[in-house]
Design a protein around this ligand. Structure first.
Ligand SMILES: Cc1ncc(COP(=O)(O)O)c(C=O)c1O
Length: 384
């Protein structure tokens, strides 16, 4: 197979060594984003940063405030002036790199404007046959809602007492009329993960009857990603699709890059429903992120430290929580979520929306240590 370095040579995406060379150690104390700024622009940038400090701490959207890899930031800056180009060549190169990393053929990859687009268009494609979709409650609803809009009936199975997917109960709901089973692993909003051996056996069996869709948006934040990803099932030819995104671990939510791994015939059929194409800066940033080998382990460690510290606070306040594996924690507040959210907002912290039927539980995203210090202080006051 032709190496990706050749395929990306026509546009600037740096590897870590050239990035360090080009920026020089003199920049070590600066954020990459400031290095091309004039002194007046730098002063404005600093003023904006301090103004932002007075804004609410946003722990509501499961974004990754540790931000993109510095190589990704650099790649975006280097490609700014090439923004007059459509990103066809760069998207093809990213797809090739993703296929290599996932160990599948390029024909197995479908690129999306965020993984949200994959969920939407896969849902539209399957929803045209109406029928039923099996999912959990509370769970992430984007794909399920797309099917529902097309006339599919949503069958929601409650989570078990550990707030994990109850795979046996889900399997029991699969009938000849089921068009898809959707699994979000780790689940949003609970953050719980499914035992990989059980999930694999479940997906193999169920996919003989209907397609199984596994949303791995947060799996890169979990321990032992390799043992937990279900891409191997696609590789083995099962009727399983996996979605992944650059929005979470890679800190690129605003750049809108995601992808799906599925059978080539599904890629072709689902692609028909796509209406957008990817943006150049997002694509070069995603490519650089994959080429920055150090970024993922460093960022997972920061997220995990933030998760553990937040659990300590929640536990210390005597509250129940779900075992988290994503970049967020879901816990019982002991009061209606609307009241909890208002009280947290009064302390300058934004938390996630309600997740029915668990209306006294809250989801809080892991922020930077500074964000989390504000959040911990607020929690100690609000939950006291
Ligand atoms: C489970 C899950 N899947 C998919 C998405 C879509 O994310 P994006 O479109 O940014 O890739 C989200 C966003 O929060 C999510 O929580």
């Amino acid at each position: 197979m032709e190496s990706n370095r050749l395929s990306t040579a026509s546009f600037p995406v740096l590897d870590r060594r050239s990035w360090l060379k080009s920026t020089g150690m003199a920049f070590a104390g600066l954020t990459v984003g400031t290095q091309f700024l004039s002194s007046s622009a730098l002063a404005q940038h600093e003023a904006d940063r301090s103004a932002r400090r007075t804004e609410p701490v946003r722990l509501s959207g499961n974004e990754n405030p540790f931000g993109p890899s510095q190589m990704a930031t650099m790649a975006m800056m280097q490609n700014l002036e090439r923004s007059f180009r459509y990103a066809g060549v760069e998207t093809a190169a990213l797809k090739k790199l993703i296929a290599e990393k996932e160990g599948v053929a390029e024909e197995n990859i479908i690129m999306g404007v965020g993984s949200g687009e994959i969920l939407e268009i896969y849902g539209l494609y399957l929803g045209k046959d109406k029928g039923e979709v099996v999912t959990v409650s509370p769970g992430y609803m984007q794909m399920v809602r797309a099917m529902e809009r097309m006339g599919t009936k949503v069958i929601s199975v409650p989570l078990n007492d550990k707030l994990e997917h109850d795979l046996d109960a889900m399997a029991a709901k699969v009938t000849a009329n089921t068009k898809c089973v959707y699994i979000c692993n780790p689940n949003n909003p609970t953050g719980t993960i499914v035992n990989p051996e059980k999930l694999k056996a479940f997906a193999i069996e169920v996919s003989k009857k209907c397609p199984v869709f596994i949303d791995e948006a947060y799996l890169q934040c979990a321990d032992n990603f390799e043992a937990n990803t279900m891409v191997g099932l696609v590789r083995d030819g099962h009727n399983v699709a996996v979605a992944r995104t650059f929005s979470k671990l890679y800190g690129l939510a605003g750049q809108r890059v995601g992808y799906g791994v599925m059978k080539p015939e599904l890629v072709k059929a689902v692609q028909e429903y796509s209406t957008g194409s990817l943006n150049l800066l997002g694509v070069v940033a995603a490519t650089a992120s994959l080429e920055d080998a150090a970024y993922a382990p460093e960022t997972v460690a920061k997220i995990k430290a933030g998760r553990n510290a937040l659990i300590d606070v929640v536990k210390g306040m005597g509250k129940k929580y779900a075992e988290p594996h994503g970049n967020f924690v879901f816990f019982q507040t002991g009061m209606p979520i609307s009241m909890f959210a208002d009280k947290m907002r009064a302390e300058n912290v934004l938390v996630a929306r309600p997740f029915p039927p668990m209306l006294d539980w809250a989801r809080i995203t892991i922020g930077t240590p500074e964000d989390m210090a504000v959040c911990h202080a607020a929690l100690k006051k609000v939950l006291a």
